[in-house]
Design a protein around this ligand. Sequence first.
Ligand code: 13P
Length: 657
Amino acid sequence: MGKLTIDSLDLKGKKVLVRCDFNVPLNDDTTIRDDKRIFDAIPTLKKVLSEGGKLILMSHFGRPKGKVVPEMSLKPVAERLKDLLGKNVILAPDCIGKEVENIVSAMSDGDVVLLENLRFHPEETDGNDNFARKLATLGDIYINDAFGVCHRAHASVSIIAKYLKNIASGYLLGKEIEYIGGAMRDPQKPLAAILAGIKIDGKIDVINKFIEIADKIFIAGGIANTMLKAQGFEIGNSIFEEDKIDTAKEILLKAEKNNTKIFLPVDMLCGKEFKNDTETMYVDTEKQQPGWIAMGVGPKTVEQYKTELADCKTLLWNGPMSVFEFENFAKETFEIAKIVADYTQNNGLISIIGGGDTAAAVKQAGFAEKFSHVSTGGGAALEYMEGKHLPGIESITEKGFEMKRKFLIAGNWKMNKNVHESIEFAQELTKSIVNDDNVDIMIAPTYTSLYPVYETIKKSHIELGSQDIFWEKSGAFTGKISADMLKSAGVKYTIIGHSERRQYFGETDATVNKRTKVALEAGFVPVVCVGEILEEREKGVEKEVVKRQVVEALKDIQLNDFLHFVIAYEPVWAIGTGKTASPEQAQEMHAYIRSIIKNIYNEELAQATRILYGGSLNPKNAQELLSQIDIDGGLIGGAALKVDDFSTIAKIAQGIK
Ligand code: 13P
């Protein structure tokens, strides 16, 4: 599983097109007011230069609406880049065309060219194919590091990915995917969200999403006022939306049904007028007075946040809790920022701040460095939190950015090793395998050795697998072992539909499906084996065969059940024969299996599913096979019977980051 991030690409001598977001604010005299966006891009840019790549930078700047607007030239950015990179930066007169091509072809390794504002061409925001192709011809590699525009299907953001083979995320975008993407896909629970804003419409999708996935939602601002009004509270002259009262009621009802706790402010900081210097008072929510305006939450609400966030493991925060731009109303927002910063530093909370205003608030509060992640995107962060697929990220993931799949190195012992040998082997293995967060290890001994091996490995991070599972729960089935029995022996994974079972014991697609269902129901991680025989590959029908096996195995299995599923691709002609599929053959089939999962379920799940390779995997070929982008580990037979070989393969997986 090589990750398609900037670190996994060979950049030397390559023309590397990097899409940045250099849309920085300018002063009236066209000097840069805040260079954060340029500054934050530097690690990615330096990486390309230090590896000996030719750096070609692309960005938009303002909204010139498809025309050349000299005031929106990237010239000031080029100047600042020179300072920050400590080297010359050539500003091209345009972003496509003959002159630009000539400049690029004259580049030496380590040179930097900044293409002129992409939005001088209407084709950029139109997402024009031809324009994207012209941009693509300038480079060998495309790196996207512009999260702020990833929700736009613009030519340089997503369309361009069609025309280049090597694409990846830069460091900035990688971090957004890791934090926001990770929290939305697989959050550490309890998961909380703080959502504030003036209008329900702007936040309705994100609220609905969090009602589905979060444990606690804290709501403030105008949205909270509308919800309070919907419940019959007096809210004085506070901002609310008359026409959204019913929507507010629906949200509250939906949250109740989903068992998601919604916290509205219990007290308010009210002002007489909407300005900084005005008479203020703190008041309990139910005692608000006519004529006053709620402009922030009060101290009791801050206390409530402190208590309720104490046990949370992940927090996404979008929207400040008060009108913090007015100095006299900033205190509570800053106090909540401090609480979140403390929990992040001392409580293991993963805190993610999204949205321009919230980022500005935490920066002003002085804690920006203390959160796990402060997003660089406004609209993009919000859409990502709504669970939407962002074109800029999708185009990278589709081509291979792996979504933090962990390796699984699994040993299938088949009919080898008696109880004593198994225990001895397991003991040695616990000593020789190094614990690593990125690599799961599983061993699957014979039935008789399951429990004794479990006793041996239970304090290590090695997990136990069974080589099969029967679909009936109990009864007169002489010779069979049920899910419950396996569970009581300490089993976590179960191998299903191994080709040897298909070949010798009458295993069919239908029985594989039955076993898979029972395994999921019992809470095991099924490792479903698929793979073609030699004759099928020679006939060129291997994909058809594998597709049928995958589709049939997953028949009637719902999305929610599927989450921990593992597939093992084991070409039968490679098992125990010493013949391996070539890395290219294996990668092709793994990518194909992933596309089948995408078609059955969705892209996210396809990206999250681990697909193992099996068939004469050994310490010699492991590096090359496991480095393939869609190979997420191995199901190993022969080499799993030797402690050294098996631990060496695990070590190789640990080395591929
Ligand atoms: P070998 O690694 O011995 O080829 O076996 C692969 C296998 O069948 C694992 O399930």
